[in-house]
Design a binder for this molecule. Structure first.
Ligand code: FDA
Length: 307
């Protein structure tokens, strides 16, 4: 029951101001967002890649209100990519982007987001890596998929995310499962109405398996974005049934969640990519992590009380 309440708070400016200003918040936030600047995140990139993990990098931020902020988001990614160039990691460090941060919700937002994300995709390609477009709330997805299709004309390796909780996703998966595609499947992290999305965990889990089967049986490259131990076993079994070798799909998990499992899967010979978020505008990302696991909220509240 707490999850939807926290997700509603994640869109509230008042809560944003309150929580962002709380003196102890930063300590708790660090678990999920281990840096605010490129300089702070580079040692984490080194540490994780040295341990055999791969990364997808997210500069946190969303729901911006001016075109200048969208340009600043673009520039933040370009600065990150410039630093990654010196580390020579290639596809071991790719980028994840939220189009809302590139201006998608502003007037003329579809064109603005495409214009801002394209240089990021170009810069990533120039250092031998790629970009995946995150999936946000369902009202943004037609625009996201159209931008994805447009970018793939020049950069076919550009990936996108689909969310198992949405009714539309099986059809999207069929459309996206062709040769050369890279698709991350996740359960879905936004508060969605019953008209468009499954609401019960068991329904979402069953949909996840159906969609994953489509991706595994397709010709693209599935990226299994989940920490759910049952779904990870199912993914291994579906990959086996589809005749896929370990390098023909990958697992992805979020920084700060089930870190031992990251290392276990990598040691078993799987490609394990850690979604590593950093930056100052962490509120929305942090609140979704609280909503996924109410125990996180208890930990957060305890840290405020015990200050
Ligand atoms: P589930 O929520 O059932 O969790 C399984 C287990 O994992 C839990 O029992 C717990 O042990 C652990 N766990 C999960 N979340 C936790 C948390 N916050 N804190 C502590 N433990 C936790 N969503 C979206 O809508 N658009 C997107 O673009 C993305 N991108 C994305 C990338 C990657 C790499 C991942 C892993 C996830 C996303 N998500 C996302 C988030 C996703 O939709 C979903 O909310 C979370 O992954 C949680 O779902 P699980 O599949 O992990 O299962």
């Amino acid at each position: 029951m707490l999850g939807p309440v926290i997700l509603a708070a994640s869109r509230s400016d008042r809560m944003r101001r309150l929580i962002s200003a709380a003196p102890v918040t930063k300590r708790v936030v660090d678990r999920f967002i281990p840096g605010e600047t490129v300089d702070e995140i580079v040692p984490i990139v080194r540490e994780l890649t040295d341990r055999g993990l791969e990364l997808t990098m997210d500069v946190v931020g969303e729901d911006i209100t001016t075109p200048e902020q969208a340009e600043a988001a673009r520039d933040a990614y370009l600065a990150l990519i410039e630093r990654l160039r010196t580390l020579e990691l290639g596809t071991r460090a790719e980028m994840s982007v939220k189009l809302s941060m590139f201006g998608q919700a502003l007037p003329g937002g579809h064109e603005l987001a495409l214009a801002n994300v394209r240089p990021v995709v170009e810069a990533a390609a120039a250092i031998g890596t790629t970009v995946t477009l995150d999936a946000e709330d369902h009202t943004t997805l037609d625009s996201m998929f159209a931008i994805h299709e447009e970018l793939r004309k020049d950069f076919p390796q550009t990936g996108c995310v689909i969310q198992a909780y949405l009714f539309r996703t099986e059809a999207d998966a069929r459309r996206l499962a062709g040769a050369g595609s890279r698709v991350r499947l996740v359960k879905g992290a936004y508060k969605e109405p019953a008209e468009v999305a499954y609401q019960q965990k068991h329904e979402i889990d069953k949909a996840y398996v159906r969609v994953l089967r489509i991706l595994m049986e397709g010709e693209g490259y599935p990226m299994v974005g989940s920490h759910d131990p049952r779904l990870i076993s199912v993914a291994q079994e579906l990959a086996r049934q589809a005749g896929r070798k370990p390098d023909e799909y990958e697992f992805q998990m979020l920084y700060g969640i089930r870190g031992d499992e990251h290392l276990r899967l990598a040691a078993e010979g799987h490609r394990m990519r850690v979604y590593t978020a950093y930056g100052t505008d962490w509120y929305g990302y942090f609140m979704r992590r609280l909503a996924e696991k109410p125990a996180n909220l208890r930990f957060f509240l305890r840290s405020m009380i015990s200050k």
